[in-house]
Design a binder for this molecule. Structure first.
Ligand code: CA
Length: 539
């Protein structure tokens, strides 16, 4: 009897073990590849004006064999907050990472914890940029802060290690990072578990130091310019231009000489006084440096893919490619990110997983960066944790169709009012057809705007490049009211309108924006321009 019981016990154990293993082995591996500031215009598959240059054949191949999302958005177009949203599944105003000073301790690195609980071997390799170490991952090797382009140093550690061991490598960061990822995949990870790898390039973040082998890449090519770099038509508002163009020299880092304080012409077209010539030269120089960094990423993606194929991992791994936000490549004569304009707010988002994704799929569903963790966890067999604000869009990947009740809008808020690149604080609502923006022009703890508040409205079906702000057209009064109501509801529900943020008083004060409010904004604009001109010795 004892013998029989023991045999049954042992076979039950075996069944449980094999069930356990099969549960785990059925879980797909996941690689989340994210570059820093790689915008959709600089990816061939997004068919921008730059597509004829064939910039990213390897990323394009992943897109062609998988799905490409054309309406993926970040909720705060700046590095640290976007990364925090992807780890927590929460908007900046919920996870507390509003700006570049934000940090994410290991207890808040939810995505890593949930993956580990689901039986995954987890790793974070590359640019982390959330101050503390990614100690919730089983393995990490990360650049400190922004990291270095050449001969980068790293912190390497394992689960629970809040410090990490300093390590230095020789070479260009994109090459070094790919070496680290391939080494982890082939030699370091526990091969009895499915894996979750977060793999983040430093490139093509400024100041665009490409590997020397790309010195001649695009050398004799004239990179196509955006029309809006020369003629911004009716883009912008009192908030970005002033009532009489008095702000155009102070808002938004420019390619040409427009912004006196911050522009690329002073760096890459030194001494050229002619505005047209300076802008042309600065743009070509900017884009070539940027695109050479992009080329370095794309070539390394090919190396990673080869390595996955050689390990028989290519088809049973979900491969995601994205950038932490978009980037202005001269559109509206702007550079850098931060803006709620399309080129900056949109993220590239490409997924390959041939087991469920039909090759050549496309989606125009609105997805936000807060939705990424819920989606990856869904594939790992984890229901979306209640503390996450994002939703899983797994069914869109599998069917190409939006599930019933899928979100109709994306939320946006840029908090770093006038820091670095002279972009005023603003909020935006993005639906498939419209974008409504309010520049409130103040820092989080301020009760009065520093730059003039103003609204902008774009019809993205008729005006995909946002060249005609139609907010002031009386014909749109009803539409504005409807969109404001939708925006108000969204902000109330997602926590952005909470009065713990003093700046919400400013947002409320300028929400209706009647004639009196507009007149107040005009005075703010004149005063601000006068003060800035005085400071810079401009008459
Ligand atoms: Ca970034």
């Amino acid at each position: 009897m004892w013998h029989l019981n023991n045999t049954i016990g042992n076979s039950m154990k075996l069944i449980f073990i094999s069930l356990f293993l099969s549960l785990f082995t059925n879980k797909p591996n996941i690689i989340f590849i994210m570059s820093d500031d790689h915008t959709s215009q600089a990816i061939g598959a997004y068919n921008s004006r730059l597509a004829p240059l064939n910039l990213t054949p390897n990323i394009d191949k992943i897109a062609k064999e998988g799905i490409i999302f054309r309406n993926a958005f970040c909720s705060n177009s700046i590095c640290t907050p976007s990364r925090a949203s992807i780890i927590t599944g929460q908007y900046a105003h919920t996870n507390g990472v509003l700006d570049l000073t934000g940090e994410l301790g290991s207890e808040q690195q939810y995505l890593a914890h949930e993956m580990k609980k689901a039986g995954y071997e987890t790793a974070m390799i590359g640019k982390w940029h959330l101050k503390k170490r990614p100690a919730a991952f089983d393995y990490y090797k990360v650049l400190p802060g922004q990291g270095k382009y050449y001969d980068p140093n790293f912190f390497e550690g394992s689960y629970g290690d809040e410090k990490g061991k300093p390590v230095v490598m020789k070479g260009h960061s994109s090459d070094c990072l790919t070496d680290i990822a391939i080494n982890w995949l082939n030699n370091k990870r526990n091969k009895n578990k499915p894996f979750f790898l977060k793999f983040h390039f430093k490139a093509p973040h400024d100041f665009f130091h490409y590997a020397p082998r790309y010195e001649d890449y695009l050398k004799d090519v004239k990179v196509p310019e955006p029309k809006s770099m020369w003629d911004n038509e009716n883009n912008g508002s009192l908030a970005t231009k002033g009532s009489d163009n008095e702000l155009i020299h102070h808002i938004g880092t420019s390619i040409g000489l427009r912004n006196y304080r911050r522009n690329y012409a002073n760096t890459w077209a030194k001494g050229i006084k002619d505005e047209k010539q300076a802008k042309t030269q600065a743009y070509q120089s900017y884009l070539k440096k940027y695109l050479r960094c992009v080329k370095g990423i794309d070539d390394n993606i090919a190396r990673l893919v080869e390595s996955l194929k050689s390990q028989n991992l290519y088809d049973n791994t979900i491969i995601i490619y994205t950038g932490d936000q978009g980037f202005m490549l001269g559109e509206h004569d702007y550079q850098d990110k931060r803006w709620a304009y399309e080129e900056s707010m949109r993220m590239p988002f490409i997924v390959r997983y041939p087991k469920v994704i039909k090759p050549g799929s496309e989606s125009d569903a609105i997805i936000e960066n807060i939705d990424y963790p819920a989606t990856m966890l869904d594939f790992a067999g984890v229901p979306t944790p209640g503390y996450m604000q994002g939703k899983s869009f797994r069914s869109i990947l599998e069917t190409g169709k939006e599930p019933k009740g899928w979100k109709k809008e994306a939320y946006y808020q840029y908090w770093m009012h006038m820091a670095h690149h002279d972009v005023p604080g603003h909020i935006a609502l993005r639906t498939k057809k419209y974008k409504l923006i309010l520049y409130y022009g103040a820092r989080v703890n301020e009760l009065k705007p520093e730059t003039p508040p103003a609204w902008e409205l774009y019809d993205l079906e008729k005006d995909p490049y946002e060249l005609d702000n139609i907010y002031d057209n009386p014909k749109n009064a009803k539409l504005v009211m409807q969109l404001k109501a939708q925006f108000f509801k969204m902000r109330s529900e997602n926590g952005a309108a909470d009065e713990k943020f003093p700046v919400n008083k400013v947002i409320n004060e300028y929400w209706e924006y009647d004639k009196e409010a507009k007149n107040k904004a005009i005075v703010i604009s004149k005063n601000y321009a006068e003060e800035r001109n005085k400071k810079q010795g401009i008459k």
